[in-house]
Structures are given as structure tokens and as C-alpha cells.
Design a protein. Structure first.
Length: 310
């Protein structure tokens, strides 16, 4: 039994395809299949049910793959021990981030990371919270930046900052004249929301429990973009909720439509999340420090803020 064989069965389980797994492992599909077959012959069990599409593990195969993931994680710690003795941060860091954070946080952080750590390779994907959690558990990602708390014992959460929600209201709304907004004020307002699967949608619904959503003149509009929500309010009236960092890109005219909530303001907790057995600690520490360096001091404080659940 070799670590390479374990990597191959984990890859097939992750991508549910021998061809896809071979591509991700940078080998030919026959080579990967042969090594997995050798492992099955040595163990005298079938790890995968090849008659199903996509490929799925057998019952005992699932247990073997789970153990293989643990073995591979432990083996990676040898590299981490060596890396911890080196001054330079070298290697590959795979990051997942939710779309409602990525455009407002990453550009500045990436620029700083690339300048400070030229030998570090950042691989970044925008995913929903559900996908990030899944990929952390399967080892596809090293870390994720997402809204918390997750209430998942297999995930470690490191809170980074607390981002206030604000309302963005059409100039034609009766609420436009208000200086501050209470959640109850939105009761009769049409609220534009992100589509299903985005944690910010759930948070907005938790703030505005009794409001109508996306029901302007019988229209249902599904989007995953905060920028689209802003344009919908600009062009079609109604209101939406925005995360604080999104305000940086607004024009003065658009900023005039922003209203803060009355205290305690609703906020979302944004954290750096890893699997509980995460490695690459020096890379993750450097990444966390660069994020915190660009976050305003006030956003790092939790006091007098109401963290909205997801």
C-alpha cells in the first residue's frame, strides 16, 4: 500500500470519476485505474462500484477512503514540520471564499500576499458555504473565508471581523426620508434577495423575518451578485441589504440611499475556516494576518453588535 494509491482513491471519491481524478492527479486514467486495482487486489475488497455513474464507493470502500484521508493528512504534517523550520513561506494554499465577500476583500489581500510571499501559490475559488464546508472535509480546500458560526464540530473557525449590514433603499420608498432603519420598518417593503444557497440570503431573511422578497410586479429574480441587487433597487425600486465592505464601490448618489440599522446593528461574522486537522499553519497564519491588515479596526470588534445566524 502506498500514499500514491491512497491519493488516487481519495481523488476518485472527490470527483466521482476516474477520468476526472486522473486529470487532477496529473496521471493518465489507465495508470490511476491500475494502481487502484492493485490496492483492491491487495486488500481483497472492491473500493468502488464501477457500474454506477458517477462512480461511488462501496460500503467498505467509504470506510477505507475515510481512513485514507486521515493518513494523507497526517503524512502532510511531515512537510509542515520541515516548512516550520524555514523562514520563507513556500507552497500552495487552496482557498474557498463566498461570493459576497470575495470582491470586497480579496483584491487588496492578494496583492499584498503576492508581493510579500513570491514563492506562495494561491489557488482561490468562489463557492457557496455548503460547497466550502464539503471541500474542507474532503481536502480539496485548505481553508475557507465565510460567514459563521457553522455549528460543525469538524470545522475550526477563526473569527476575522464583524461586518455590519446596511439597507439600500430606493429614493421612491417611504423609508428614504428615515435616518436609521428598524427591521420592522421593512415589513411592507419589497426586498431583493440573493438566490438560494447563499448564506447572506438566510441572514437577510433572519433580519427581515416578515418581509416580502423579490415580488415586484410578479417578478422573481434569482442572482448571486450583490452588485445586481444594487442595480435592481436603482432601476426597479424596493430595497435590499448590503454588507458594509460593499459600500466602498458605491457612488455618492448611491451612498445617499444607504441607511444604517438602529443599535444593536445586525452584523455577519466572517471567519477563516479550516478542517479541525488542518495543516499548512504558517501559510494560514500569514494569510490571516494579511486579511486583518486591510480590515478597519472597528470591524474587528464584536461589542454592541448582533451577530446574525446563517
Amino acid at each position: 500500500m502506498t500514499l500514491v494509491q491512497l491519493e488516487y482513491i481519495v481523488a476518485v471519491d472527490t470527483y466521482r470519476s476516474f477520468v476526472g481524478a486522473a486529470d487532477k492527479c496529473f496521471v493518465t486514467q489507465p495508470t490511476l485505474s491500475m494502481q487502484i486495482q492493485k490496492l483492491e487486489e491487495m486488500l481483497n475488497v472492491k473500493i468502488f462500484d464501477r457500474s454506477k455513474q458517477p462512480v461511488i464507493p462501496t460500503e467498505i470502500g467509504s470506510q477505507i477512503i475515510e481512513q485514507a484521508r486521515r493518513v494523507l493528512q497526517e503524512s502532510q504534517k511531515i512537510k509542515e514540520i520541515i516548512s516550520s523550520q524555514q523562514q520563507d513561506i513556500v507552497g500552495e494554499l487552496k482557498v474557498g471564499i463566498i461570493p459576497t465577500v470575495a470582491p470586497y476583500l480579496l483584491p487588496q489581500v492578494i496583492a499584498c500576499m503576492m508581493e510579500k510571499y513570491p514563492d506562495l501559490k494561491l489557488l482561490i475559488w468562489e463557492y457557496t458555504t455548503e460547497d466550502i464546508i464539503h471541500h474542507l472535509k474532503t481536502g480539496v480546500l485548505d481553508c475557507g473565508i465565510l460567514a459563521t458560526p457553522l455549528a460543525d464540530n469538524s470545522i475550526t473557525e477563526i473569527p476575522l471581523y464583524y461586518e455590519t449590514f446596511v439597507t439600500y433603499i430606493s429614493k421612491n420608498s417611504k423609508l428614504f426620508r428615515k435616518k436609521n432603519i428598524d427591521a420592522n420598518d421593512l415589513e411592507d417593503e419589497n426586498i431583493w434577495l440573493l438566490n438560494e444557497g447563499h448564506c447572506m440570503r438566510s441572514q437577510v431573511l433572519n433580519i427581515c423575518r416578515s418581509t416580502k422578497d423579490n415580488r415586484l410586479q410578479g417578478l422573481t429574480y434569482n442572482t448571486g451578485s450583490v452588485e445586481t441587487l444594487i442595480r435592481m433597487v436603482d432601476m426597479n425600486n424596493g430595497a435590499t441589504l448590503l454588507p458594509e465592505l460593499a459600500l466602498v464601490d458605491l457612488t455618492p448618489k448611491q451612498l445617499s440611499k444607504v441607511r444604517n440599522f438602529k443599535s444593536p446593528e445586525p452584523v455577519r461574522e466572517i471567519s477563516l475556516a479550516t478542517h479541525k486537522n488542518y495543516i499548512k499553519k504558517r501559510m494560514l497564519t500569514a494569510f490571516k494576518e494579511e486579511i486583518l491588515a486591510v480590515i478597519p479596526k472597528a470591524m474587528k470588534q464584536k461589542k454592541k453588535k448582533d451577530v446574525v445566524g446563517i
